[in-house]
Design a protein around this ligand. Structure first.
Ligand code: HRO
Length: 315
């Protein structure tokens, strides 16, 4: 006798329940309203392209390249400007049950605070994810690798914004860095989630045939995504899940099927973002990955994500 239980991929966090666990990684399929709406139709939540106060064209092309193992990009923050995404957030159908996140990546701390103040004043249900980890603006280091500057930025965010918010972190590679960053993040009760990870910054893809780099900005240096980053992403998700009790971790990095989504949740992720795979496959990726995750859960006898979230075994 088989008992048939429905598989439940819904996620309750930030005071709401979303219908699934998958959405886009900021940067992918989210620069234009048409793209944001396509994500809203097919994913469980939506996040917009990292916004600067003023619109930006971004870096010269070619600035994105697909490889057999993933992607390299140096987009350089092309975006419509904060007012465009704010206007989208004003008109967003929050009753659809899919949270809207606004990624913010001001060129200065003051720009980030200005955007947060405007969001605070508007009292919209949209949730900020402040990007501390853009690797691709020439001359601008990733804030998340400067611990003192990150601590000061979070203090300023707390003053500028009165609601719950999150940050997008760069990947870390040493336990000393996980623990130093966690100590800083833990001082901020309204910092409700961290998204791990942004692309692995400043990789170099080389084409043997042409003896050339693959993208134009920064003489070919760019952020890596896809298969290259999965184990690094999982390490960051697992470590921050352990080190940030009471906060949520959103997994991002190398998700291209139900199996990688499962790995992120097993490592502790509350929700899972899809970047490189979404870029290559389009929004149909969400239904495919969700169906694969549900099948894997049925095979294992799991009925909800709570049955295995954060339960990765060690030897
Ligand atoms: O626009 C970009 O070049 C970019 C950003 Cl902001 C980011 O946070 N991560 C990334 O891989 N590319």
């Amino acid at each position: 006798m088989y008992e048939h239980h429905s598989t439940d991929l819904s996620v309750t966090w930030l005071g709401q329940t979303m219908p699934g666990c998958l959405y886009n990684a900021s940067g992918v399929w989210c620069r234009e309203e048409s793209e944001l709406e396509a994500v809203r139709q097919s994913a469980a939540a939506v996040i917009s392209k990292s916004a600067t106060l003023a619109p930006r064209e971004g870096n010269p092309e070619p600035r994105y390249c697909q490889t057999p193992l993933g992607s390299i990009n140096s987009m350089g923050l092309p975006n419509r400007g904060f007012a465009y995404y704010l206007d989208y957030a004003r008109r967003y159908d929050y009753l659809c049950g899919k949270p809207l996140f606004l990624s913010l990546s001001g060129m200065t701390l003051e720009d980030n605070c200005e955007m947060l103040r405007v969001l605070s004043e508007q009292g919209l249900p949209a949730i900020p994810e402040v990007n501390l980890s853009c690797p691709n603006v020439p001359g601008k280091p990733q804030l998340g690798y400067d611990f003192a500057a990150t601590a000061a930025a979070l203090d300023a965010f707390d003053r500028a914004y009165s609601g719950l918010y999150g940050v997008k972190l760069p990947p870390y590679f040493d336990p000393a860095h996980f623990s130093a960053m966690a100590d800083i993040l833990n001082r901020h009760p309204r910092l409700a989630f961290v998204t791990c990870i942004n692309s692995i910054g400043n990789g170099l893809v080389v084409d043997v045939e042409s003896e050339s780099v693959a993208i134009k900005p920064k003489d070919g240096l760019g952020g890596l995504g896809g298969d290259y980053v999965l184990p690094t992403a999982l390490a960051n998700v697992r470590e921050f899940h352990r080190l940030l009790p009471g906060k949520e971790v959103v997994g991002c990095g190398g998700v291209k099927s139900g199996r990688e989504a499962f790995m992120h949740i097993l490592a502790g992720a509350r929700a899972v973002q899809v970047g490189t795979c979404l870029y290559h496959e389009g929004p149909a990726a969400f239904a495919r990955i969700a169906a694969e995750l549900a099948q894997l859960m049925r095979d294992k006898g799991y009925r909800s994500l709570d049955d295995f979230r954060g339960k990765l075994r060690v030897l």
